[in-house]
Each structure stands twice: as structure tokens, then as C-alpha cells.
Write a protein that binds this ligand. Structure first.
Ligand code: ATP
Ligand code: MG
Length: 275
């Protein structure tokens, strides 16, 4: 609004940022494409995860699940498409239709997600505590004492407090995974991704993982899971997306997609997955 003299008036605007932020998807992609050489591996992906929602991505080997996850976590780039974390637009469309990445947006987007890798990717020479504290201190520049206090609370919550001073190779696979989760959570992410989170876990640890994921979602976190375990995807997810040859060909509740798939390709995949 301008005054009679044309200068801008300072009018207090209502703070709508919070309510807007609550409604925007935690992560959002539209028309995402990615090729390796001549081969188009992601062929127009529309995908989002809302606040407090658990979404599993399933599909056959080579469908593009890891590629999508790598692009979502900025380890790789989409060639084309819209891509945002909350109100942070990560890509812009250039005149030729290609996605361009803005450095500052990428930096802000990186603060909004964490990932638990299949092989955990812990630093072998760091203690458990240092593995958890490192990124919040080094990447986020947060106060080391405060980060350590929170890290100890996270390790306590995950039943790992007594292992704080060990190095990863002194831990079991399930324990290492909990360190990887603590490390991701220490960044206070809005979105948490799991890549094959439950393979190689025994039934008790898988059940613990299910409870933890539901608890985090209950706190408002958006959770994305890539998994080959249909039972786990069915039990833990609010929504399941079936990726086939670079496209999401079926999406819905676990009941719809896993128990009553309508697409022929989903059916074929699930009948094999049961073997
Ligand atoms: N860096 C790369 N260079 C060339 N091709 C690649 C690269 N990464 C992946 N691909 C190809 O992209 C396709 C999708 O691979 P991707 O790893 O995303 O599949 P996936 O769904 O994760 O499979 P899986 O269930 O076996 O893990 C495959 O054909 C793969 O060979
Ligand atoms: Mg993969």
C-alpha cells in the first residue's frame, strides 16, 4: 500500500507464516526427471510427504527408488521439475525447462532433512557421541554444550546412552542403526528418510523401528521410507507409492496399494515379493 505521496507505509502484516508452513508439504516434487546418459531413470515424478505423514516408496529393482532418494537428499540433482522443502524452493525452471539449483536454497533445504542410510555411514573413528554431535556443531554451527546435552538425551531415548563412548565397530548392526538415527535426529529435521531401514534387523528391532517411526510422525515429522519389506511398509505407512520404471504408477493407503492393488504392474510385483 502506498500513501498519497507515494512512499511505502509501514503497515503491520499478520503473521501467516506459521499457518502457511503447516499446510505446505514438508517435501514436494512435481514433474521430476533424471537421466543417466541416454537412459531416463525418473520420468516425471509427482511426490510429496506432508507433516506427520509416513510414506513408503516401493518398487522393483532398477525402478529408480534410490535415484529419487538421492535427488531428494541433494546427493544428486533432478534434470527438470519443481522441488521444494516447505517454503524453500530448491529448484527453479530455466528457459530451456531444466531445473536450476540455487545455492542458498540448497543450503536452507539441507537443514530440513536427515537420512538414515542402509549401511549407516557412521564415521568409524568417531565415538558414538561424536558421530551424533558432529553435524549440528560443524554444519549447523550450534553451541557444542547444548548439542552434546541433546545428543545424550537422544541416545537415552534410543537406549544407547551406555554406548556413547564406543566406536561403531564395537556395536551390533541394530545398535549402529540407532546411532545413525540419533545422528539424523540431532539435526532436528522436518523430514527424515530411511533407505532400506529394516533389512538385516531382527523382529524385535523391526518392531522398535516401527514404534519409533510412528512416534516421530506423531511429533509432526514427515517420514519417507524406501523398502523392499512389504509387511513393514504396510504396517508403518500412512501412504505407499509404487514406483515402476521411473514413474509412480500407483499410490494410496497401504490397504489400497499393498492389499488391493489395481495396477497390473503393482500386482505382478507384489505377487513376486510374497515368494
Ligand atoms: N550413477 C548412475 N549412472 C548410471 N546409471 C545409474 C546410476 N545410478 C543408477 N543408475 C540406473 O538407474 C536405474 C535406477 O536405479 P536405482 O538405483 O534408482 O534403482 P532402485 O529402484 O533403487 O533399485 P534397487 O531396488 O535394486 O535398489 C537403474 O537402471 C540403474 O542402473
Ligand atoms: Mg536402491
Amino acid at each position: 500500500m502506498t500513501s498519497a505521496k507515494g512512499s511505502k507505509m509501514q503497515i503491520p502484516t499478520p503473521d501467516v507464516s506459521l499457518s502457511t508452513a503447516l499446510e505446505l508439504p514438508a517435501v514436494f516434487v512435481r514433474g521430476a526427471r533424471k537421466s543417466f546418459g541416454d537412459r531416463e531413470v525418473l520420468r516425471g515424478i509427482d511426490f510429496q510427504i506432508n507433516r506427520g505423514e509416513v510414506v513408503s516408496l516401493i518398487g522393483p529393482s532398477g525402478a529408480g527408488k534410490t535415484t529419487l532418494l538421492r535427488c531428494l537428499t541433494l546427493l544428486d540433482t533432478f534434470d527438470a521439475g519443481q522441488f521444494a522443502y516447505g517454503s524453500t524452493q530448491v529448484t527453479r525452471e530455466a528457459d530451456d525447462g531444466r531445473a536450476t539449483y540455487d545455492k542458498d536454497s540448497v543450503r536452507r533445504a539441507r537443514m530440513q532433512f536427515g537420512i538414515v542410510f542402509q549401511n549407516y555411514n557412521l564415521f568409524p573413528h568417531y565415538t558414538v557421541l561424536k558421530n551424533v554431535c558432529d553435524a549440528p556443531i560443524v554444519v549447523q554451527g550450534r553451541d557444542p554444550d547444548r548439542v552434546e546435552k541433546e545428543a545424550r538425551e537422544l541416545l537415552e531415548r534410543l537406549g544407547m546412552a551406555e554406548h556413547a563412548d564406543k566406536v561403531p565397530n564395537q556395536l551390533s548392526g541394530g545398535q549402529q542403526q540407532r546411532v545413525a538415527i540419533a545422528r539424523a535426529l540431532a539435526m532436528k529435521p522436518k523430514v527424515l528418510y530411511f533407505d532400506e531401514a529394516t533389512s538385516a534387523l531382527d523382529p524385535k528391532l523391526t518392531a522398535d523401528m516401527h514404534d519409533l517411526i510412528r512416534e516421530l510422525a506423531g511429533d509432526g515429522m514427515a517420514i519417507g521410507i524406501v523398502t523392499h519389506e512389504m509387511g513393514f511398509a504396510r504396517d508403518v505407512s500412512d501412504r505407499v507409492a509404487f514406483l515402476f520404471d521411473g514413474k509412480i504408477v500407483e499410490e494410496g493407503t497401504p490397504e489400497e496399494v499393498i492389499n488391493n492393488p489395481t495396477d497390473e504392474r503393482t500386482r505382478a510385483f507384489l505377487s513376486k515379493a510374497e515368494d
